[in-house]
Design a protein around this ligand. Structure first.
Ligand code: GLA
Length: 386
């Protein structure tokens, strides 16, 4: 991936492209999830952190209603004469994300102005690192300010979820945008998806002599496809049969009884969610009492649960996790929605090189495309840069 443009470079490119200076430049990060997968739409717990890879938008409000969207990485831009008449059919490629946000704001009754927008991003696309949410959060943060919409954090979370669910067509939850909006350096974001409350949990891997490696398997996924929606449906079925509002209301102590009430597959889906919620709470407790070097076994258990009970892993993710672990990672699991994308591996600094080599070698031996291995650290949430 090419290096991202600096703020000044992006503003200069905007001026050269659109013939006027932008009103400002905003950015929002991608995320990895430390633990808590497929719990968000079950009103459960998640513990993601915003990463030091961001989407940046230079934006100018136009005096007319024309919308011009361009990016530094794709030839698929979009120009439309009427920003007020948005629909899914107009959206192509990455333009779905800014258009989805504009549409969601319109649905809230907010007037959508004409805009010139130039996007740059170094969040890898299709890698399970929430590249689409990074774009959406950068755009909504910019528009909130430019149109003085007065949206608070919860409003922005709900508007971006609506953009994803109803405009993009991906039935996702609220984890990614919450991390992207509220990330903080040196912290993970503990989010209770039932009431949207957030607590920042110190997670300073580098002070503990660790690095969080991302292994992008290059197996591209899309949550607008069937697998994610099917898992969501299984969880809803499980909750219905168990007579609860959501799987958040099922505890470890209820699993035995649930086993007798649910079909075998639904039971395993439910067991993943219930045990994963518990692993999030255990991780937070361990981070507090013993620090990041102690959470490896929970990361491993999370992967096993996603692989065996929730069945959202794939051979490349399993291999990435196994190779990283055998070469010295303390713990590893796939991150994000699954069916491809990335794994994360919590790795002592001294073992980073051997983990990288082991992963690359095992992929080559298996005949898989070369993975991309890089480290990330907890970074700040969405903000204005200029
Ligand atoms: C995707 C979705 C999130 C969440 C994760 C799985 O990243 O966007 O809402 O459901 O998958 O934890």
């Amino acid at each position: 991936m090419t290096a991202p443009l600096g703020t000044g470079e992006l503003a200069a490119l905007f001026r050269g492209t659109f013939g006027a200076a932008p009103d400002g430049v905003w950015q929002a990060p991608g995320r990895v999830n430390l633990i808590g997968e497929h719990t968000d739409y079950n009103e459960g717990f998640v513990l993601p952190f915003a990463i030091d890879r961001t989407a940046r938008v230079a934006v100018r409000v136009r005096p007319d209603s024309t919308l011009r969207l361009l990016s530094t990485f794709g030839n698929q831009g979009l120009t439309t004469a009427d920003a007020g008449a948005l629909n899914r059919a107009t959206a192509r490629g990455w333009t779905k994300y800014p258009l989805g946000v504009l549409w969601a704001l319109q649905q809230r009754g907010l007037p959508v102005p004409g805009l010139d927008l130039l996007l740059d991003s170094d969040v890898p696309r299709g890698a399970g690192l929430a590249s689409s949410h990074a774009i959406e959060c950068a755009v909504i943060t910019a528009l909130n300010e430019l149109t003085a919409a007065g949206l608070g954090f919860e409003d922005m979370v709900l508007a971006t979820r609506r953009a994803e669910n109803e405009f993009v067509g991906a039935p996702t939850g609220i984890m990614d945008q919450s991390a992207s909006l509220r990330g903080s350096p040196g912290h993970a974001v503990f989010l209770d998806c039932r009431d949207q409350s957030i607590r920042l949990v110190p997670f300073d891997a580098s002070r503990a002599g660790l690095q969080m490696l991302v292994i992008d398997t290059k197996v591209s996924h899309s949550h607008a496809g069937g697998g994610y929606a099917a898992r969501r449906a299984s969880c809803e079925l499980g909750a219905e049969v168990l007579g609860v509002a959501s799987l958040r209301d099922v505890g470890l102590e209820d699993l035995d009884e649930a086993g007798g009430l649910l079909d075998e597959e639904t039971f395993r889906r439910v067991r993943h969610v219930v045990t994963e919620n518990d692993r999030v709470l255990q991780t937070i407790e361990l981070l507090r009492s013993a620090g990041p070097q102690s959470i490896g076994p929970l990361l491993d258990a999370s992967h096993a649960s996603m692989r065996d009970d929730f069945e959202i892993s794939c051979p490349e993710l399993d291999l990435a996790v196994e190779a990283a672990r055998s070469a010295g990672a303390l713990g590893a699991h796939m991150t994000g929605g699954g069916f491809g994308g990335s794994a994360i591996a919590l790795t002592p600094v001294g073992a980073v090189r051997q983990v990288r080599t082991a992963v690359e070698r095992s992929f080559a031996q298996a005949g898989y495309a070369a993975p991309d291995v890089f480290s990330v650290r907890p970074a700040a949430g969405a903000m204005r840069l200029a």
